[in-house]
Design a protein around this ligand. Structure first.
Ligand code: ADP
Ligand code: MG
Length: 214
């Protein structure tokens, strides 16, 4: 576990990217510790190539375990190129998605099993876990509605076209993760306004940083 590593989780449309952008701007101006905001796959060349293979709508025959392995590979590259160097330099790293996403989407959504996906990812992460994870909780319908409203047909990827049942399994997996990891994961009601969610997230981060990061 690395205390300077903080991850943000939740279904698509939960508001992670929107809120994180603002939270980062606030923290960046107020903390002594340098902060970086990153997101899987992290914008590095190799991870982006892997992600394109995963999300390509032509890759209908992709096996669920292949998908899980590819996500783990992209995660590894993002860790090595971005996350670990920043942590080693003493920075605070905020990551939009991490291992819990694989447990929810591949473990739950694709029904590989939570434990199997967790175990498989240990090779990729060498056991690196965040000190804090903030989970953006929205009902499946709310997330899907927000996405549908703002994404054009061209932007729809292989995960967007999944069934309601798939998204329900992802949501259920996240609920289970929150339940099983009370010391690491804090849940935020992400149906509230963007302002309210930002305030809540900043309060949680303030508390956490005051407790654990000098
Ligand atoms: N709390 C909120 N209330 C209403 N709309 C929101 C809220 N948070 C985000 N949105 C909108 O929903 C869409 C998806 O948000 P985004 O931040 O991309 O979600 P995520 O990164 O979790 O998939 C965006 O168009 C965003 O403006
Ligand atoms: Mg996002």
């Amino acid at each position: 576990m690395n205390k300077n590593f903080i991850t943000f989780e939740g279904s698509d449309g939960a508001g992670k990217t929107t809120v994180l952008k603002r939270v980062f701007e606030t923290l960046n101006g107020s903390l002594e510790t340098p902060v970086i905001l990153t997101r899987e796959p992290g914008g590095n060349r190799i991870s982006e190539m892997i992600r394109n293979v995963i999300l390509d709508r032509n890759n209908e025959e992709m096996d669920p375990k292949t998908e899980a392995l590819l996500y783990a590979a992209a995660r590894r590259q993002h860790l090595v190129e971005t996350v670990l160097p920043a942590l080693n330099a003493g920075k605070l790293v905020l990551s939009d998605r991490y291992l819990d996403s694989s447990i929810a989407y591949q473990g739950g959504g694709r029904q590989i099993g939570y434990q199997a996906v967790y175990d498989m990812n240990q090779f990729a992460t060498a056991g690196l876990m965040p000190g804090l994870t903030i989970y953006f909780d929205v009902p499946v319908e709310v997330g899907l509605e927000r996405i549908a409203k703002h994404r054009s047909v061209d932007e729809v990827d292989r995960l967007d076209v999944e069934t309601k049942a798939f998204h329900n399994r992802v949501h259920a997996a996240y609920q289970q993760l929150v339940h099983d990891n009370p010391d690491r994961i804090v849940s935020v009601d992400a149906t509230k306004s963007i302002d309210e969610v930002c305030t809540k997230v900043l309060t949680i981060l303030d508390d956490y940083l005051n407790r654990s990061v000098k």
